[in-house]
Design a protein around this ligand. Structure first.
Ligand SMILES: NC(=O)c1ccc[n+]([C@@H]2O[C@H](COP(=O)([O-])OP(=O)(O)OC[C@H]3O[C@@H](n4cnc5c(N)ncnc54)[C@H](OP(=O)(O)O)[C@@H]3O)[C@@H](O)[C@H]2O)c1
Length: 274
């Protein structure tokens, strides 16, 4: 702790570090709420310097304030940008490196969902927006980040897929296509970059209590009934907290998973086990 009571995040190479991300710099898309913000808090607690990004500046700055207040870190920034745009992705990556001097971890987590649409009822614009936000963003962000991960001597990329990337789901045509593609893009990238000490994995969450699920519950009409219906889809009869997902992201981002690459890990309370 320093004289203002802040936790020190730097760890001398010769000392024994208890935190898992000492001296690491992480960039988290969709970091201004939900799974991304929970992960940012955990990463900071584990010693990382963190950049969070999202489109909404007000939400982003409020998230940054919350992050700083809860963790007392000085080493966090918010970067506004739209991950469907190449220019924004490059700027987000470059600003992170400018602020912290390096990049070790990229968490490609930004995403949207379009419910109750099959192929016939999805417009071309809805299809493009879903695929660009969920899938093309992984390509654009990773392409911008890879030279910096390489320059750091290696690194990790974690992509957010979904259990709907592993199995089909009625009424989620565009979302399922985007999340399934993330699983296979993860495998392809893992093979392409394994020799550079860059590991690439993805998580496949079941339902998680974030804005994304709350909006689905509101659309259902009766929020309490919806919560029960969503819980009952999972063998564990509940949905996840964002923190439960963040702990798996930490595992994949840290040396705890040093021999794991190209995997898609279900974090779904058993939903894809059947
Ligand atoms: N919640 C679940 O049940 C669940 C289950 C499986 C997988 N997932 C996946 O988990 C990830 C995070 O979801 P969440 O539940 O935390 O949802 P959320 O609370 O709705 O957060 C979505 C995040 O993505 C950002 N985002 C969306 N479109 C963007 C764009 N074009 N450019 C930049 N940022 C963008 C949002 O920020 P702005 O709006 O400010 O841009 C926000 O930070 C998503 O990929 C989602 O598909 C969620």
């Amino acid at each position: 702790m320093d004289d203002e009571g802040r936790a020190s995040v730097l760890c001398h190479p010769s000392s024994v570090c208890k935190v898992k991300l000492a001296n690491k710099v992480a960039l988290i898309t969709g970091g201004n709420r939900g799974i991304g913000l929970a992960t940012a808090k955990l990463f900071v607690a584990e010693g990382a310097r963190v950049a969070i990004s999202g489109r909404n500046e007000n939400v982003g700055l409020a998230a940054l304030q919350e992050l700083v207040r809860q963790t007392t870190t000085r080493d966090a920034i918010f970067l506004q940008g739209n991950v469907t745009r190449q220019h924004d992705c490059e700027q987000i990556v470059n600003e992170t490196v400018r602020a912290f001097g390096r990049l070790d971890i990229l968490f490609n987590n930004a995403g949207i969902i379009l419910r109750n649409r099959n192929v016939e009822t999805t417009t071309e614009e809805e299809w493009d927006t879903t695929l660009e936000t969920n899938l093309k963003s992984v390509f654009l962000m990773s392409r911008a980040a890879l030279p910096h991960l390489r320059a750091a001597g290696g690194g990790t990329i974690v992509n957010t897929s979904s259990y709907v990337g592993l199995v089909g789901f009625k009424g989620l045509a565009a979302y399922a296509a985007s999340k399934g593609a993330i699983v296979n893009l993860t495998r392809a990238m893992a093979l392409d970059h394994a020799h550079e000490n860059i590991r690439v994995n993805c998580i496949c969450p079941g339902s998680v209590e974030t804005d994304m699920i709350h909006s689905a519950w509101r659309a259902y009409g009766d929020v309490e009934a919806a919560a029960r219906v969503w819980a009952s889809k999972h063998p564990m009869n509940r949905i996840a907290s964002p923190e439960e997902i963040a702990r798996v992201v930490l595992f994949l981002a840290s040396d705890d998973s040093s021999f794991i690459t190209g995997t898609a890990i279900p974090v779904d309370g058993g939903i894809t086990a059947g």
